[in-house]
Design a protein around this ligand. Structure first.
Ligand code: PBG
Ligand code: ZN
Length: 333
């Protein structure tokens, strides 16, 4: 059947019709808000993040208060990041697994005072003096003269995850890209009785330029070298399937592709290949570039929903996004 019998525009006639034939919907339940807790801030202090207009680093109290406000507007889940005091950082990320660390405190308070699903980012880079996601040694056979140790980093990463579970995290989310970390975390959690704590693995995490605003926000840039020997090459898509496959074998509960918008092809491939819930991380650079354009008047806020919708259309079930407050507080959905 073809024109004039078939008319595609019939199904677009008005809002009522478009509403009932819409294939993809963005719902409040789909949003995960990344929140940054800074140890140094007291009482109700918060600090605007220069690289992320409209976003803040929060004190313990101010962050939990903001989370409550978002929960009232329909937020269901939150992912917690910590910014420890600069002087506490060391070579082996000691403050990362302290029971009284900023993240552990934030998890405890969020669990006590909200009903949100509490996810914790598990990584070493905010806590190491060198800013890498694993331990390091000198090695001339590398790009920058430093090797990021894999196997030696695993017990520390597992210890961090355990401390988050002990604080009450529902889900731990390792973002380090070391080989075998899902297995190491699963074993440690199970040995300690946390068999119901879920693992949301940053399965296909690329060595992306779009993390820059986050690194400014979290003071987590590597002091020397880059992350290309552990995060994925942006040119590779098939490799993402292998990364996901290994995480599934090691026992992860959620898969993730990160960043989201420049990697929608990868989101679609992973969706088609695996039957686990799939998360896409709409990273800081994706937020910053859209907000900058909106602030300049080059784009309107409609671009926000359209880009998040494209991530769902590509196959993501959940989206971690700095836009969550903007969308919920302005009731855009
Ligand atoms: C730490 C981590 C990063 C992000 C989340 N966890 C930065 C990095 O890997 O350098 C990026 C988040 C964002 O850009 O929004 N491993
Ligand atoms: Zn890291």
């Amino acid at each position: 059947m073809q024109f004039p019998t078939t008319r595609m525009r019939r199904l677009r006639k008005n809002a009522k019709i478009r509403d009932i034939v819409r294939e993809t919907k963005l719902q409040k339940e789909d949003l995960i808000y990344p929140i940054y807790f800074k140890e140094e801030l007291k009482d109700m202090e918060k600090e605007e993040i220069s690289s992320l207009p409209g976003e803040f680093r929060y004190s313990l109290d101010a962050g939990v208060e903001f989370a409550k406000q978002l929960e009232e507007k329909g937020l269901k889940s939150i992912i917690v990041f910590g910014i420890p005091k600069e002087e506490t950082k060391d070579e082996i990320a000691t403050p990362d697994y302290s029971a009284t660390g900023i993240v552990q405190k934030a998890i405890r308070k969020l669990k006590k005072e909200t009903n949100l699903v509490v996810i914790s980012d598990v990584c070493l880079c905010q806590y190491t003096s060198h800013g890498h996601c694993g331990m390091i040694v000198e090695n001339e056979d590398t790009d920058d003269g430093i090797e990021i140790l894999n196997d030696e980093s695993l017990p520390i990463i597992a210890k961090v995850a355990l401390s988050h579970a002990q604080a009450g995290a529902d889900i731990v989310a390792p973002s380090d890209m070391m080989d075998g970390r899902v297995n190491a975390i699963r074993e440690t959690l199970d040995e300690n009785g946390f068999y119901n704590v879920m693992i949301m693995s940053y399965s296909a995490k690329y060595a992306s330029a779009f993390y820059e605003p986050f690194r400014v926000a979290a003071c987590s840039s590597p002091h020397a070298g880059d992350r290309k020997s552990y995060q994925m090459d942006p040119a590779n898509a098939v490799e993402a399937i292998r990364e996901c496959e290994l995480d599934v074998i090691e026992g992860c509960d959620f898969l993730m592709v990160k960043p989201a918008l420049p990697y929608l092809d990868v989101v679609r491939m992973v969706r088609d290949e695996f039957m686990l819930p799939l998360v896409a991380y709409n990273v800081s650079g994706e937020y910053a570039m859209l907000m900058a354009a909106i602030e300049k008047g080059f784009l309107t806020e409609r671009a926000i929903l359209e880009s998040l919708l494209s991530i769902k259309r590509a196959g993501a079930d959940l989206i971690i996004t700095n836009f969550a407050p903007y969308i919920l507080l302005n009731e855009l959905i």
